[in-house]
Write a protein that binds this ligand. Structure first.
Ligand code: SF4
Ligand code: SF4
Length: 316
């Protein structure tokens, strides 16, 4: 399998990164055994970087996948902490739950932050300290803001970036896909490793998955791409597409016809109502401060998913 260097980090990774979010309690809620088996299949097939976060609840799945595995594996996690103490707590918890001594990458998890370096300055400082202590390999940021990556390009301590980008620009908070692509290229030119997210726009681009994945991987500066995967068939097809640019029509014909379902991560909904305003079918309501769908009215158009600033709605 082809591997690429992740910027100037010295890390060499497969272009397909396993995004573990969909395995966990926020989405498919697979058991650690079932989710771990999928991750293990990916690792044994050539995936080398696993992407997780404090919020995802997938450390048990990863730990299960790593049990007895002697091959190459890197782990990236994220902290949404707002204080230094909380950030340290998140990293320590990850190390304990994963039974490892060092996280290869820790991102400031800043989907809604236009400038994570300034808005979470204390967190960044603490993570740098933990890097010196040997608990973290490289620091990064994940964000849905173009501004965050323009800023990150100027920060040498940020070595990896995890930007949201897809063909239609869905979910980008402050501009277009073309503008995000420019910011990504800028980060890459300043030596940062780039692995992208949301190439399928939270599931909304499944019917055009091959073209959507190729679009992101073809952008200047994009080293790799994190994709959530819930079956061996998806893993195998994505690996061939990302690593070898091979796409067998039969397998993709099935994958691109998957039935889509609607899901709101209610636990994190702040009741802002943006999704309700965006729904043309009036299929969403606020109940007890949380958005809920009236399934009989929902036409799975995905407009609400684009409107949610926290990407809490998925049509997959
Ligand atoms: S998918 Fe479309 S119809 Fe369904 S709740 Fe969202 S905006 Fe409304
Ligand atoms: S847009 Fe997102 S956060 Fe706001 S009410 Fe809808 S689901 Fe909740």
């Amino acid at each position: 399998m082809n591997k690429v260097l992740l910027g100037s980090t010295g890390l060499s990774v497969n272009r397909l990164v396993f995004g573990t979010l969909p395995l966990g309690p926020l989405q498919a809620n697979l058991s650690a055994t079932a989710g771990g088996a999928l991750i293990r299949h990916a690792l044994e097939s050539g995936v080398t970087l696993l992407d997780t976060a404090e919020l995802y609840g997938t450390y048990p799945h990863i730990r299960e996948a790593l049990r007895g595995f002697s091959g190459e594996v890197r782990i990236a996690s994220k902290t949404h902490a707002t204080t230094a103490a909380e950030a340290r707590g998140h990293v320590v918890k990850a190390l304990q739950e994963l039974a490892i001594e060092r996280l290869d990458i820790v991102h400031i998890h800043g989907a809604r932050l236009a400038d994570p370096c300034r808005e979470r300055a204390a967190v960044l400082e603490e993570l740098l300290l933990m890097k010196q202590e040997g608990k973290i390999g490289h620091l990064g940021i994940s964000s849905h803001y173009i501004a965050a990556f323009r800023e990150a390009a100027r920060h040498p301590e940020i070595e990896v970036v995890h930007p949201l980008i897809n063909r239609i620009g869905m979910g980008i908070m402050d501009g277009s896909a073309a503008e995000m692509a420019e910011a990504i290229a800028c980060c890459s030119e300043s030596g940062k490793g780039v692995y992208a997210m949301k190439a399928l726009a939270g599931g909304n681009l499944i019917s055009e998955a091959r073209a959507s994945i190729r679009y992101v991987l073809g952008l200047p500066g994009v080293d790799a791409l994190a994709l959530g995967m819930l079956s061996r068939e998806e893993i195998d097809a994505n690996l061939k597409l990302c690593s070898l640019d091979e796409a067998h029509d039969e397998a993709w014909g099935i994958l691109e016809k998957r039935r889509r379902t609607f899901k709101i991560m209610e636990k994190f909904c702040n009741g802002c109502g943006d999704c309700i305003d965006a729904c043309i079918a009036q299929a969403l309501v606020l109940e007890a401060g949380v958005a809920r769908v009236k399934e009989e009215e929902c036409i799975l158009c995905g407009y609400c998913a684009a409107a949610c600033p926290d990407f809490l709605i998925r049509v997959v």
